[in-house]
Ligand binder design. Sequence first.
Ligand SMILES: Cc1cc2nc3c(=O)[nH]c(=O)nc-3n(C[C@H](O)[C@H](O)[C@H](O)COP(=O)(O)O)c2cc1C
Length: 327
Amino acid sequence: MAVDLTTVLAGVEFANPVFTASGCAAAGQELDTFTDVTTLGGVVTKSVMRLPRAGRPTPRMAETASGMLNSIGLQGPGIEAFLANDLPWLLERGARPVVSIAGSSVQEYTELAQALRDVDGVALIEVNISCPNVEDRGHVFACHPASAAAVVSAVRRNSRVPVFAKLSPDVTDIVGIAEAVLTAGANGLSLINTMLGLAIDPGSLRPVLGAVTGGLSGPAIKPVALRCVWQVHAAFPDVPIFGIGGVRTGTDALEFLLAGASAVQVGTALFGDPTALPRIMDELGTALDERGLTRPGEIVGRAHRSPLFVAPEGPDPLGDASLRAAG
Ligand SMILES: Cc1cc2nc3c(=O)[nH]c(=O)nc-3n(C[C@H](O)[C@H](O)[C@H](O)COP(=O)(O)O)c2cc1C
């Protein structure tokens, strides 16, 4: 195959455009027993907070007819343990870490960025802003342009590597939030985090999740994610975007590239098939090859520019009768 999957994001080169999504493969160690993590574009680590966190009450996962709901609530060891154990493992293994950080105040994000600033080997920082802001009545940072911008600006000022802001689809105007974080210095965007949802157990007459609401993920949200990538790429065509949401196959990845993403992240698919990533990479390579392309970059945003399919001249093969039958 003549396809070279090398992908450059905000000036950083990766072997290919297929990454893990934050929270779906921890820091890569368990995944590595199924898939050699050094072959991936990169490993986006579970969002780390300043202090260790137990997460939200159980149950924290619910399957729905269309997608998975989770309310893990950023359970994790905190930045000190992450820097002592998880990150060194990834670096010694030879993987490309994208470190996801999360906080409940601008100060907490600042301290996380400072803790990472002098660590060599971090490829990118991803800022998960889908967290409640304790300084603003618990409103989620990602839902308010000024709060989102304040976090990104603080992280940007304290980082040596490119900073990607991960946006929530639960907003009226995702382009407005993208504009705010880009103006604040984000070097790229990750689109999208989960969508807020709810499942009710008709047996117990209660919400299924202990935390009541949770984030919906998987193929159910792919059309929403594609729409977000499309809208943001149309407004900011030069900004690198990770497309995230329901990627299961190389064709899914191809669709995200066509919409304007430069790379994809895979989350929920890994729970059903922890070997999905190399398959998706292979399928994407084949899909590009079949279209006569040699690099993923050649197709980024192409759906915005491809001419519409025009039917060849000639009589409608179904004829007028079919139109009448269809009403
Ligand atoms: C169990 C679970 C945990 C997650 N944890 C995080 C997290 O810590 N930080 C984050 O930014 N996104 C987190 N996400 C969101 C995913 O990274 C991703 O944006 C979302 O699930 C959509 O992609 P998917 O449909 O491929 O799963 C989590 C998703 C799931 C399912």
